[in-house]
Design a protein around this ligand. Structure first.
Ligand code: 6PG
Length: 625
């Protein structure tokens, strides 16, 4: 890339010979109208360039079955480069040929037969938005030395990955499949973690060409600058330890991404710390488990915006694709926003999982349906608006047998967790945002973990659970969908509150879009949200209002019947309760205010107040204020 007369065609031809990869000159693909316009001395605008860039993108795409291609194109703006690399889903290396205006003007003067007049050179310089990534080469050098520099750059590792656990090695394989040259590092722990990176290159054919290291300095030095390094290690102190070890070897402008489930406040501190030594830091939420990491996760990067531009092509290449083929990744926002939204994703994940657990419990034990029958109902539900990844895996679980036994029946009923659901509840509480269903899901895990006490209490109380009356499967599924709308409302409202509090500029629709594929909470409901959320309450959206008005009775019936029969359904109950409270114009909170004023003289506002005034009543004297 580069302005006119930078030498793109000459270098492209030579490079094609050196690398044995076909070369295409963008100039050859301009429609005649564009050539005529330029020849008449008028610069092209975005509209003129659109179709041309799209045809070059299609050309590049078509070459990906083989070795790819070398493409010469001015690619002056970031938006043009986005069109050029749109849906390539593959490694793209950018080389900017740049030179002085005078030098290029002189070159244009001696060049014959080109449609581009010299008068347009200034407009090209004016339009050029230099990329924050890629290789910059000064065209003063000979074409041969430019080609050598590009060949060296091309052959160097472009991406480093630290931590070759399940998620790390799957992401590395995903990157390698997109043609990214990798350096891999895993720590050396005698007797426990030895030659882990090397073993990964031997185990996975895609990683055969990757360089393996257990020496951090050698690992860092093997990577193109600015370096792009993905940390795929356990969240917590280990991240700080690795960053401390890395910093002495890093250079100004290198980019480090933390792809673990780190706490967003830690991410913010790390960003500051790394920023002080000139390293660009990103907190990157990655969702989709092992399968997702390998075939395409949803990726939620937040933090250093320039750092994001540098790693963007790589993240876009490895991310899942939405139904329109766009990558399920976007720059979330500044600070710890990437890890914050991943945390809330997990909080919603807990609630979605718990709703399914409650549904399963009531269908199997209250309504006495067999696992096969439940699986059948779920399979049908997967063809409806209730479709989701979690419903799909639940169906698979209900069909899985080990020998004659349903595998599920042999699993101890104590739910584990790694912290993100807990942090979501804490964050909701700190920000003053009700996330009652998400919190109920977390608490349900805690209650389940108290297995010994539950067994003891079951004997001591001996409460009978009864068969619930509800067996109307259609009604149960509407209750389930209603509760899910409330889960999504609470999750998105929490993110919105954080965005207001921390001054993050988040695009909620884009967030829903990147959660339509790759991540654990992908679902048809998320597809609907991707076309409807706009930063206002989901429960106030006319479509949701219409749905919940029509279906609240199903949720109510499900909660009343199962609760009366003695079955714990904390998430369904919390959803119904929240809906009742959220839609109540007059609440009993006036009594809370009166109590606060009585015992602590905290003051209250009157319904008739127009502005925020504070009133106090001497409550000991009746009827006097
Ligand atoms: C994901 C998952 C992933 C992980 C959870 C499990 O989005 O891919 O959420 O991050 O499986 O951390 O969390 P718990 O162990 O807390 O259930």
């Amino acid at each position: 890339m580069g302005v006119s007369a930078a030498g793109k065609s000459t270098v492209g031809h030579l490079l094609s010979k050196a690398l044995d990869i076909p070369f295409y000159d963008g100039d050859d693909y301009h429609p005649q109208a564009n050539k005529d316009k330029m020849a008449s001395g008028q610069p092209l605008n975005d509209h003129d360039r659109q179709g041309w860039l799209e045809s070059l993108n299609a050309l590049a795409n078509a070459t990906l079955q083989k070795d790819g291609c070398i493409l010469a194109c001015s690619a002056l703006k970031e938006s043009y480069r986005e069109i050029l690399s749109h849906r390539l889903g593959h490694r793209t290396d950018w080389v900017l040929l740049h030179g002085d205006f005078d030098l290029l003007r002189d070159r244009m003067q001696v060049r014959n037969g080109h449609f581009m007049p010299q008068s347009l050179l200034q407009s090209q310089f004016d339009t050029l938005e230099k990329p924050v990534y890629g290789l910059y080469l000064d065209v003063k050098q000979s074409p041969e030395s430019l080609v050598n520099a590009i060949v060296n750059y091309y052959r160097q590792t472009s991406f480093g990955l630290i931590g070759l656990g399940v998620m790390g090695s799957s992401l590395a394989r995903n990157l390698a499949r997109k043609g990214v040259r990798l350096s891999l590092f895993n720590r050396h722990v005698p007797g426990k973690e030895e030659k882990v990176a090397e073993k990964a290159t031997q185990t996975f054919p895609e990683l055969a060409d990757a360089q393996a290291f257990d020496n951090l300095e050698a690992f860092v030095l093997s990577i193109q600058r600015p370096r792009k390094i993905f940390l795929m290690i356990n969240a917590g102190k280990a991240v700080d330890a690795v960053l401390d070890d890395l910093v002495p070897f890093l250079d100004f402008g290198d980019v480090v991404m933390d792809g673990g489930n780190s706490h967003y406040a830690d991410t913010l501190l790390r960003m500051d710390k790394m920023g002080k030594v000139g390293v660009r830091f990103l907190g990157v939420g990655v969702s989709g488990g092992e399968e997702g990491a390998l075939h395409g996760p949803a990726i939620m990067p937040g933090g250093d915006a320039v750092g994001y531009q540098i790693v963007k092509p790589y993240l876009r290449a490895i991310a899942a694709k939405d139904k329109h083929g766009s990558p399920c990744t976007t720059y979330v926002g500044k600070g710890g926003s990437g890890h914050f939204v991943k945390m809330v994703h997990n909080g919603m994940e807990y609630a979605e999982m718990q709703l399914l657990a409650e549904l399963y419990q009531c269908m199997r034990f209250a309504a006495k349906m067999s696992p096969e029958a439940i699986a059948q109902v779920f399979e049908q539900a997967l063809q409806t608006e209730a479709e989701s990844y979690l419903l799909e895996i639940t169906t698979r679980i209900l069909q899985h047998r080990t020998g004659d036994v349903l595998t599920l029946d042999d699993i101890l009923d104590q739910a584990a967790h790694k912290g993100t659901g807990n942090w979501t509840t804490v964050a909701a509480s700190q920000l003053g945002e009700p996330a009652t269903v998400l919190t109920a899901a977390l608490n349900a895990r805690y209650v389940s973990a108290n297995k010994d006490k539950r067994v003891q209490a079951a004997q001591m109380y001996d409460f009978a659970t009864q068969n619930a009356v509800v067996t109307d499967v259609g009604s149960i599924l509407q209750a389930y969908q209603s509760a899910r709308w409330i889960v999504h409302h609470q999750g998105f409202s929490l993110i919105q509150k954080a965005a207001e509090t921390y001054h993050w500029e988040l695009d909620f629709r884009e967030l829903a879009r990147i959660w339509t594929n790759g991540c654990i909470i992908r679902s048809r409901m998320m597809e609907q949200l991707a076309e409807m959320v706009d930063g206002t309450s989901i429960l106030l959206h006319p479509n949701v209002v219409a749905y919940l008005k029509a279906n609240k009775e199903h949720l109510k019936a499900f909660v009343l019947q199962n609760t009366a029969a003695g079955w714990p359904i904390p998430c369904f109950s919390a959803a119904l309760d929240f809906m009742n409270a959220f839609t109540q114009a007059e609440s009993p909170a006036n009594l809370i205010q009166a109590q606060r004023d009585l015992f602590g003289a905290h003051g209250y506002r009157r319904k008739s107040d127009h502005a925020a005034e504070s009133h106090h009543t001497i409550w000991t004297t009746l009827n006097k204020t």
